[in-house]
Design a protein around this ligand. Structure first.
Ligand SMILES: Nc1ncnc2c1ncn2[C@@H]1O[C@H](COP(=O)(O)OP(=O)(O)OP(=O)(O)O)[C@@H](O)[C@H]1O
Ligand SMILES: [Mg+2]
Length: 397
């Protein structure tokens, strides 16, 4: 079986040695380049399967190297690039991703984190290598539910869609509460503060499948849950710098058909990590002006991050509520199709919340229940492979 070949581009001999050792131990074949021009030459000659690219390099920097590689390969091929940087701010990240990187890592990083990212990219771009690194192929779909504004119903849709995917489609589903500070899945699903949460995952010395299994909660509705920290103070234990979310998602997608993650509107490091790891981001919105403004900004940011339009889809919640803005108005303001609609039914929604029973179970016959099942059926048919391919094409607006 083919062994994936990884090109390490770094001018520091210590880094080369450490990374080289880690990757060789894991069964990868390692190539090394010490500056930007050499990186281009080695890539041309050896055609590596993945490139680990330091930003600070002599001659050409990492951004320039990534840009040249992308320009050279055109739309016919795509070598996954992980940008390695010492800087943490989001601007740098956006710049790196714009230059053509598929992912990035901030130094110092843990070897497990590096390996998780390499495996996830190899699985995405070259599925034939997934087996060679001793992991089942990463086949589960990752769907993020992103609220363009607070209170638009993101949690309601994420929970009910997750349950409907399990019940209606018979799939294995895990739901992650990505609202780290104020996650409210415990309330929506009638679970106490004593239940284990993502904090129990990140404080452990190693994050692996056995650990996750011991922390996930099986809910009566049929889905498994990874709950948010029980209090806002403990939320910061989930570290953006160590890419905890990305590592967890990567493990979950190996065991479930669907990984559903509920996140809020912040475009901070943790959320950007979730977004980057998602096959599709469902942007949940309502038809009002402040929401439209946010959606426009979010669509712009996502396209800057290189997310093709197939990977970002709009969901209009409470679509039948009168707001003075029609779907047509909203679509023309956004210059984007609203892909899905979920009807307005406050009574069913709020009763479900207050009783802790998802309405797709407790009120499956209601208009709202049917509307979410309908949404889920469309989603289950989504050709994510195609969304991915669209994503490789140059971003258009
Ligand atoms: N389709 C709907 N029709 C009527 N009411 C709804 C609908 N969806 C959600 N709601 C109601 O809207 C309120 C906010 O819902 P929810 O908590 O899911 O939103 P959110 O976007 O996750 O909010 P937050 O910003 O607090 O995370 C709740 O009272 C919920 O019952
Ligand atoms: Mg919410």
């Amino acid at each position: 079986m083919a062994v994936a070949r990884i090109l390490i581009v770094d001018d520091d001999p210590d880094t080369q040695r450490v990374l080289g050792y880690t990757l060789t131990q894991e069964g990868f074949q390692v190539l090394v380049a010490v500056d930007g021009s050499e990186a281009l030459r080695v890539r041309e000659r050896e055609r590596p399967d993945l490139i680990l690219l330091d930003v600070m390099l002599p001659k050409l920097d990492g951004y320039q190297v990534a840009e040249r590689i992308r320009a050279d390969e055109g739309s016919t091929s795509h070598v996954p690039i992980i940008m390695v940087t010492a800087e943490t701010d989001i601007e740098q990240k956006v710049r790196g991703l714009r230059a053509g990187a598929d992912d990035y890592l901030v130094k110092p990083f843990h070897p497990a984190e590096l390996l998780a990212r390499i495996r996830s990219l190899l699985a995405r771009f070259a599925p034939r290598y997934a087996e060679t690194v001793g992991q089942p192929s990463a086949s589960g779909r990752v769907f993020a539910f992103y609220g363009a504004k607070g209170g638009v119903g993101t949690t309601t849709l994420a929970i009910n869609a997750a349950v409907a995917l399990q019940r209606d489609q018979g799939r294995r589903v895990v739901l992650v509460d990505g609202n780290l500070q104020f996650g409210d899945h415990r309330v929506f699903l009638d679970l106490g503060l004593d239940r284990k949460s993502i904090v129990d995952v990140v404080v452990a010395p190693t994050i692996d499948q056995d650990l996750l299994k011991s922390v996930l909660i099986h809910h009566d509705s049929g889905i498994d849950l990874l709950l948010a920290p029980p209090s806002p103070e403990t939320a910061e234990l989930v570290s953006a710098e160590q890419h905890h979310m990305a590592a967890i998602i990567d493990l979950l997608r190996q065991r479930y058909d669907y990984v559903i993650i509920d996140i809020d509107k912040r475009l901070d490091e943790a959320n950007l990590d979730v977004i980057a790891a998602s096959d599709v981001v469902f942007v949940v919105m309502t038809a009002d002006l402040s929401c439209l403004k946010n959606v426009r900004l979010v669509l712009e940011t996502m396209s800057q991050l290189g997310m093709g339009s197939g990977r970002v889809q709009l969901v209009l919640n409470r679509s039948t509520a009168y707001t003075g803005i029609t779907i047509k108005n909203a679509e023309s303001a956004l210059r984007r199709k609203i892909a899905y609609q979920v009807v307005n039914d406050y009574r069913v929604a709020i009763t479900a919340l207050n009783t802790g029973a998802p309405f797709v179970v407790a009120r499956s016959d209601s208009a709202l229940g049917k509307s979410v099942v309908d949404f889920v059926r469309q989603v289950a048919r989504l050709d994510v492979a195609r969304a991915d391919a669209a994503d490789l094409a140059p971003a258009t607006t």
